[in-house]
Design a protein around this ligand. Structure first.
Ligand code: ACM
Ligand code: ZN
Length: 529
């Protein structure tokens, strides 16, 4: 039997009937997305599959769109009588059929017996979040990640583009964002500057690359927190017009966008205008996480906004801010997503048409149920086990395998799953691949295979075929032993990772908060004169 990952809905084999053999003359029907498959065959089998209209000939791979296939992203694959037939309702389905065909070829050395596969995904949203804010990843590196996502039948790249430590996307109206905001003077780990950004042409290139692989791109513009890089360029965006540098270290920053000044909203809308031009999938993630309200409490503009709009407190002001941004996006035909990182107590004041990436409240069943009742769409990004930047000691491969994937009993109440790659500790592709794989394989099983399918045992059973597939792409995955570490390593890695709790910025923040309160007093006096 084959070890296809993620597991198809059904596989039927018949050794007595004729199957398909890869051949020097193999052809494939012409579709724009077949390059990825052709290059796989060239790499692994040193054979060139030619693109050719279907003439019913032997040795051809025949791709066919068929409206009668029920599932949007589903496909059927048949290896029969020296031909492969892949049929699907959409091009996405055909593309996924080719991903499965890669694995069939690999496991049979190109001689596939008669096989019938019926397949479709469990969840419609299967994502990977890449934080390019802490560390910059080049266009070619992102393309490699996208290739590997496609191999796992994922369909959303959530691209985290703005951070305290770096602004990564060219915005023509505000050139300083990339001239200054894309560079930090040094990193946590060395005294060297680090930076980089994507030109608007780079962004278009990546979006096109993703679309060819049936992957949507959701950019994240993280507001009102995580905005130090923008504030360092345009101090008026902060409550107290503070003069800051692009952040060098990780940690939650206390200077965030001011939610009381009209000039902040103007800036945010201008940035969104350019992002909307660049991201045709019409969804933007607007962050909302880790927005501490220290400055807002003392800011005359924010306090005035609370009073003028009849809001209860600073938390309410954040809901007001997110709501205003959401309304702006909606008016342009876009929809928005935000983090539910902190417990959102007053979400009744937040429009339910903002979807949530749920990372910190998975265990709070009442809150989840309540939001579902209000019609909010929820994506499972729970930090246990889907934060793949966490060391294997925290999120073991076994934990990913054993997670159900859904946030509730009923699959229809979860849009899907998204793996998270925050990069505070991930400075390069080597580290990224080690942390991502094989956990992404287990995540893909949860997101695609039927509910209840996966277990640690099934994953282990498939792992040698899965690793052979990753080997074709020269992926630097963690071996099983490292992905499920021993007791000692587990605790050692935990201590190593928790350094971030004890770093110097805790003290720095305390001192800086005192300074900021004094600055706020001065501004208030000035306004009252
Ligand atoms: C998050 O972990 N900052 C969403
Ligand atoms: Zn303010």
């Amino acid at each position: 039997m084959f070890n296809i990952l993620p597991q198809p809905v059904s596989i039927l084999l018949n050794k007595d009937k004729k199957g398909f053999t890869l051949h020097a003359g193999t052809t494939i029907s012409p579709f724009s997305f077949t390059d990825d498959f052709i290059s796989f065959v060239r790499k692994k089998f040193n054979k060139k599959v030619r693109v050719h209209e279907d003439t019913g000939e032997e040795r051809s791979i025949i791709l066919k769109l068929d409206d009668s296939v029920e599932q949007e992203e589903g496909y059927t694959l048949k290896c029969e009588n020296r031909r492969v037939f892949i049929t699907a309702k959409t091009e996405s389905g055909l593309f996924y059929g080719l991903q499965t065909l890669k694995q069939l070829l690999l496991q049979t050395d190109g001689k596939i017996p008669y096989t019938e596969i019926v397949d479709y995904p469990r969840f419609s949203y299967r994502g990977y979040m890449l934080d390019c804010g802490r560390y910059f990843y080049t266009v070619d590196e992102i393309k490699r990640i996208v290739d590997l996502m496609a191999l796992h039948k994922l369909n959303v790249l959530h691209w985290h583009l703005t951070e305290d430590q770096g602004w990564r996307v060219e915005i023509k109206k505000y050139p300083l964002l990339t001239e200054k905001g894309s560079m930090r003077s040094h990193t946590n780990f060395n005294h060297k500057p680090h930076g980089g950004y994507y030109t608007q042409d780079d962004v278009k290139e990546i979006v096109a690359y993703c679309h060819e692989r049936k992957i949507k791109v959701i950019p994240e513009y993280d507001i009102p927190g995580h905005s130090v890089s923008a504030i360092s360029c345009y101090p008026y965006l902060s409550c107290l017009d503070r003069d800051l540098e692009v952040a060098t270290h990780w940690g939650v920053k206390h200077d965030i966008l001011c939610a009381g000044k009209e000039s902040t909203y103007q800036f945010v809308f201008d940035v969104l205008d350019e992002l909307m031009e660049l991201f045709p999938d019409k969804i933007i993630h607007i962050g909302g996480d880790e927005a501490v309200k220290m400055r807002w409490k003392h800011c005359p503009h924010c306090q005035k906004a609370i009073k003028d709009n009849g809001l209860k407190n600073e938390d309410d002001l954040q809901m007001f801010f997110m709501g205003k941004v959401n309304e702006y996006l909606k008016s342009k035909g876009f929809s928005s997503v935000m983090w539910s990182y902190d417990r959102i107590e007053n979400s009744e004041n937040l429009s339910p048409d903002i979807a949530w990436t749920v990372c910190g409240m998975g265990d709070d069943k009442a809150l989840v149920e309540n939001e579902i009742k209000r019609g909010r769409k929820l994506i499972n990004t729970h930090c246990y086990p889907y934060y793949f930047d966490f060391p294997y000691g925290w999120n073991t491969l076994k934990m990913v395998c054993e997670d159900d994937g859904a946030l509730t009993e009923n699959d229809e109440e979860t849009l899907g799953i998204e793996a998270q790659m925050w990069t505070e500790y991930v400075p390069n592709m080597k580290r990224l691949e080690f942390l991502t794989f094989p956990r992404l394989g287990a995540m893909a099983e949860n997101a695609w295979a039927e509910k209840g399918y996966g277990s640690f045992a099934t994953f282990l059973h498939k792992s040698s075929d899965y690793f052979k597939l990753l080997d074709v792409y020269k992926v630097g995955y963690a071996p099983i032993k490292k992905a499920c570490p021993s007791f000692v390593y587990k605790h050692a890695s935990s201590i190593w990772f928790k350094r971030r709790v004890f770093h110097w910025e805790g003290l720095h923040n305390l001192i800086d908060d005192k300074k900021a309160i004094k600055e706020a007093e001065k501004i208030k006096k000035g306004l009252n004169k």
